[in-house]
Write a protein that binds this ligand. Structure first.
Ligand SMILES: CC(C)(COP(=O)(O)OP(=O)(O)OC[C@H]1O[C@@H](n2cnc3c(N)ncnc32)[C@H](O)[C@@H]1OP(=O)(O)O)[C@@H](O)C(=O)NCCC(=O)NCCSC(=O)CCCCCCCCCCCCCCC(=O)O
Ligand code: FAD
Length: 693
């Protein structure tokens, strides 16, 4: 990936690192910072590069110095006020114009980092902004270049957009979408209709209050009465000046959610809403003036994939968004754990809770996951950039099609992996901070609730995993027939060795033998092949017993295809991180800690599959399982003194993290006390109190 640039920059000197990354205030965390095996500034520059750090600094300091983004300790905003503030903040983001088109073209990772920086502050304005200029505008941009005028208005914020696929009664099942777009030859228009309230567009971000335009997915009907399948259309839903609904549109807000309440999610119904013929986003197909359907895709399936292709970037970014939530939660929990003293070997001496084996085992594997998933999401984003360039230049090569399929299969599993990891970590971090973790000002509840929908939107995690297992099962014929095969990104190439891999066994004979990520990686390759074989056999058995294709597939999910998809993505994520951390050009001072993170993530993830590893005979005997467990504990212990510095590398400034117990000074109690007393109602007498006489 960007490692060549970063390797060059990593040779920079201490003074340039100091200019980019100021020292933290002195305080109780110094004790751990001094014990770290590496320089956190060197690591930050190595991972991101100076250019990205400068961008992050620019964004963070703009938000910190802007009264619109000021925090109000102890104030409970009403939902309406929060929505208003979110919109005003979103508008400010436009005014800042943090990145030029040229900068994005030169380094697309900058837009990726911009999403993360703003989201670290609050996901509501971040999603509002990117649903408008990323998802809404991005879908239009990838379809055609005939919407330049409209896109100009998007980027000037003269109109406001949303992406309307889901309906009240169908979400993940996109084939079940029932909104219709019927072509009227006589007026050269499409007529958009909602057949009944169950087909109302629902859940749509920005639609509740602000959106004036929507990308609406609908079943396209040609004048011959034929349904041509799912297509997308630009539909104006509100008047630009008054924000009143356009004729034939009923639009509203769906109400309070568990999290992300600054964002207005809405519903809409359409009654004979006419839009010009040009408003079809002709990615999958188009209609001639005479009303004939035309598509450059011969296959209905290919057309369907093309019409949903724009979802992949969202899933990749959700992988990154979730990894960001992981970083936020860990920044708070690890800084807390390093400064919170409880119990100790003697009555006089209390020790930081980070010194407890349990606390290390609960938090440090997630710290490793944050590094691994962060790297993976960036590398997958870069793969997508290559794919997107092909889309924009209308490439129709086999490689382009294969790349689209492979990226789809990867992000359909990396979104579940990352969002579930962040979900579990947020809860673990909340509990790891004891009672203080439950105090809203410390932000762990907000992180947990705002992360939660990452498991659901852009496709429910459990259903998406089926896309990945379908992709893997699709290679079985080549494997059986021993036909050579490969994929553009090479993620399935190891399956060519399937028969050979299935014959392998776990060979480590000591804990020390397990301390490198090559050990879990080899085990994962076996696990993927084994689960592939078992899933294939199970599917055959189901079919032989007379089950329909639908039933047979359904009966192969739990313990088979679902586990296969999870094992495959964990293997892929680990493979990329292993290769990255084992590059001999990595600065020598960083090699050990990065390799430890790689090994810990690999072993910890693998340990959840121990039952299957024993079941399939890859490992046997009591010792093998013990080696893995002890290696995990040993790696946690080795990483314990690096944990604060590892968090310093990715934690945003205090203002952005917005958690007294997570502040960089580590003055845990002073920071909490000060914030509590700043609460404008902390010392108020209740106005409602009446005691019984
Ligand atoms: C995937 C489905 C579940 C499939 O359902 P089916 O079972 O009905 O179909 P099949 O399996 O038969 O599929 C047929 C065929 O198509 C292929 N396919 C499907 N999808 C794709 C795809 N995306 N790419 C390529 N190929 C695809 C599939 O593999 C099959 O091919 P084969 O037979 O050859 O295997 C599907 O129905 C589905 O996608 N369901 C989920 C619906 C969904 O995702 N809805 C989303 C609604 S919008 C939403 O939720 C938004 C929420 C908010 C999001 C916040 C985003 C945060 C990030 C910020 C974004 C910033 C962006 C800025 C970037 C920028 O500036 O650019
Ligand atoms: C905060 C938020 C924001 C959103 N923003 C948008 C937006 O901007 N635009 C938009 O169009 N949509 C949006 N959505 C909708 C979102 O994309 C859908 O909720 C999502 O795709 C899941 O679909 P669903 O709700 O219909 O769940 P369903 O698909 O109905 O799933 C319900 C349950 O059934 C299970 N299930 C379903 N099918 C199967 C199967 N085949 N096998 C096994 N289990 C199955 C699922 O695992 C799940 O547990 C948003 C949702 C949320 C929560």
């Amino acid at each position: 990936m960007a490692s060549t640039v970063n390797l060059k920059e990593a040779n920079g000197n201490q003074s340039s690192w100091d200019t980019l990354l100021p020292d933290f205030p002195k305080g109780p965390l110094c004790k751990y910072r001094k014990k770290a095996s590496f320089n956190w500034k060197e690591m930050a520059v190595f991972l991101d590069g100076e250019d990205i750090i400068q961008l992050k600094n620019r964004i963070f300091s703009a938000l910190e110095n802007d009264p619109f983004f000021a925090h109000r300790p102890g104030e409970d905003l009403s939902r309406e006020k929060y929505q208003e503030l979110t919109f005003l903040r979103c508008k400010r983001l436009f005014e800042y114009d943090f990145l030029t088109q040229q900068e994005i073209i030169e380094n697309p990772l900058k837009i990726f980092n911009m999403v993360i920086c703003i989201g670290m502050y609050d996901w509501s304005p971040c999603l509002q902004y990117f649903l408008h200029c990323g998802v809404f505008a991005g879908t239009i941009l990838s379809a055609s270049n005939r919407f330049a005028d409209l896109l100009g208005k998007v980027f000037n914020m003269e109109i406001f957009g949303c992406f309307a696929l889901t309906e009240l009664s169908h979400g993940t099942n996109t084939k079940g979408i029932r909104t219709t777009a019927t072509f009227d030859r006589s007026t050269q228009e499409f007529i958009i209709n909602t057949p009944d309230f169950e087909a109302a567009k629902f859940w749509v971000g920005n639609m509740g209050k602000h959106a004036t335009h929507a990308v609406v997915y609908a079943q396209l009907y040609t004048p011959d009465g034929q349904c041509q399948g799912l297509h997308s259309f630009i539909v104006q839903i509100r008047d630009i000046k008054t924000l009143l609904p356009m004729p034939g549109v009923m639009v509203g807000d769906i109400g309070k959610k568990i999290g992300q309440n600054g964002l207005d999610n809405g519903f809409a119904m359409f009654h004979n809403v006419r839009i010009p013929k040009e408003n079809i986003l002709n990615i999958a197909g188009d209609v001639t003036a005479e009303g004939k359907y035309s598509s450059s895709f011969k296959d209905v399936k290919e057309r369907f994939s093309a019409s949903l292709g724009s979802l992949s970037i969202g899933r990749i970014l959700i992988t990154a968004v979730s990894a960001t939530n992981l970083k936020l939660a860990l920044s708070i929990a690890i800084r807390f754990s390093a400064t919170r003293h409880q119990f100790g070997p003697t009555d006089e001496e209390e020790i930081p809770v980070l010194e407890y084996q349990t606390q290390q085992w609960r938090l440090l594997p997630y710290l490793a996951a944050a590094y691994v998933l962060d790297y993976f999401s960036k590398s997958l984003f870069e793969n997508f950039v290559e794919f997107f360039a092909g889309l924009l230049t209308k490439q129709r090569s086999q490689r382009q099609a294969d790349l689209g399929r492979e990226i789809h299969a990867l992000c359909a599993a990396s979104k579940p992996l990352s969002s579930w990891t962040a979900q579990q970590a947020a809860q673990e971090c909340r509990e790891a901070c004891g009672g203080h973790g439950y105090l809203a000002i410390n932000r762990l509840g907000e992180i947990r609730n705002d992360n939660d929908p990452n498991c659901t939107y852009e496709g429910d995690n459990n259903v998406l995993l089926q896309q990945t297992s379908n992709y893997l099962m699709g290679w079985m014929n080549c494997i059986r027939d021993k036909v050579p095969f490969e994929s553009p990104l090479g993620t399935i190439n190891f399956l060519q060795d399937y028969h050979h891999i299935l014959g392998r066994k776990f060979t480590a004979v000591s804990v020390e033998d397990c301390m490198d990520s090559s050990v879990p990686l080899a085990a994962y390759k076996w696990l993927v092949c084994y689960l592939l074989r078992e899933s294939d056999l199970k599917l055959k058995k189901e079919k032989q017993s007379g089950q329909s294709d639908f039933e047979a597939k359904n009966n192969c999910q739990v313990y088979y295809c679902r586990s296969l998809a999870i094992a495959f993505i964990e293997q892929t994520v680990l493979q990329r991180y292993h290769d990255y951390t084992h590059d001999p050009n990595i600065p020598s001072a960083l090699q050990t800690v990065l390799k430890n993170l790689s090994a810990l993530y690999g072993l910890w993830s693998l340990s959840k599959h121990l039952a299957v590893l024993y079941q399939g005979g890859y490992v046997s005997g009591e010792q093998a399982g013990r080696f893995i467990q002890n290696a995990i504990l040993e790696l946690c212990y080795r990483l314990k003194d690096d944990a604060v510095a590892l968090v310093d590398v990715f934690a945003p400034p205090d203002f952005i993290l917005n958690s007294p117990i997570g502040k960089a000074s580590g003055e845990l109690y002073k920071n909490m006390w000060s914030e509590i007393l700043q609460g404008n109602k902390a010392l108020n007498r209740p106005s409602w109190i009446i005691f019984a006489k």
